[in-house]
Design a protein around this ligand. Structure first.
Ligand code: RP5
Length: 158
C-alpha cells in the first residue's frame, strides 16, 4: 500500500496531478496515481479506495467535482481535495470545499496539486519524524529564498 494515492477525475487533470507527484518524489513519499471518475467509473473509485488503499488520499477534479467527496464517503483516512480550474474554476472549488458536516475534504487552492502534496507530507510527518524534518527543511529553504530576494532588490531601491 502506498502512503499517498492520487485520484484524478480525468486524464485532462494530469498536469495538476504531476505537480503533486513532483513534491511527493522530492520528499521520498511512496505514492500511486490513477484516473478514476466519480461519475463515470464509481465502482473503480470504490475498488481503489477500499481495496488498494493508502494512508492519505488526494482527489482532483474539475467542474461538478464530486470525486474528493466521494472518496471521503468511502474512507475515514484524510482526504485532500484539489479543485481543477480550466474554463469554470469556481464550480470545482465550491463542489469540493462545501462538504456536509462530519465528512470533510481538506481543500487546497484551485490547481494547487503541489499544496495537496505538501499537506499530505505534513499529515504523514505526524508519525514519521524524518519526514517532518524534511518538511521543516523545505520551509527553511522557502524562507531563505524570500530573504535572498529581499536582499537582491535593495540595489534597485537604493
Ligand atoms: C471532471 O471533468 C474531470 O476531473 C475534469 O477536470 C473535467 C473534464 O473532464 P474531461 O471531459 O476532460 O474528461 O470530471
Amino acid at each position: 500500500m502506498a502512503d499517498v494515492m492520487i485520484l484524478m477525475g480525468s486524464k485532462s487533470d494530469l498536469a495538476i496531478g504531476e505537480k503533486a507527484v513532483k513534491v511527493l518524489k522530492d520528499f521520498g513519499i511512496s505514492h500511486e496515481m490513477h484516473v478514476a471518475s466519480a461519475h463515470r467509473t464509481p465502482a473503480y473509485v470504490e475498488d481503489l479506495v477500499k481495496n488498494r488503499g493508502a494512508k492519505v488520499f488526494i482527489g482532483m477534479a474539475g467542474v461538478a467535482a464530486a470525486l474528493p467527496g466521494v472518496i471521503a464517503a468511502m474512507t475515514t483516512k484524510p482526504v485532500i481535495g484539489v479543485p481543477v480550474g480550466g474554463k469554470v474554476p469556481f464550480d470545482s472549488l465550491l463542489s469540493i470545499v462545501q462538504m456536509p458536516p462530519g465528512i470533510p475534504v481538506a481543500t487546497v487552492g484551485v490547481d494547487r496539486g503541489d499544496n495537496a502534496a505538501f499537506l499530505a507530507a505534513q499529515i504523514l510527518g505526524l508519525t514519521d519524524s524524518g519526514l517532518a524534518s524534511k518538511v521543516a527543511q523545505q520551509r527553511e529553504k522557502a524562507a531563505a529564498k524570500v530573504m535572498a530576494d529581499d536582499q537582491s532588490i535593495q540595489t534597485i531601491e537604493a
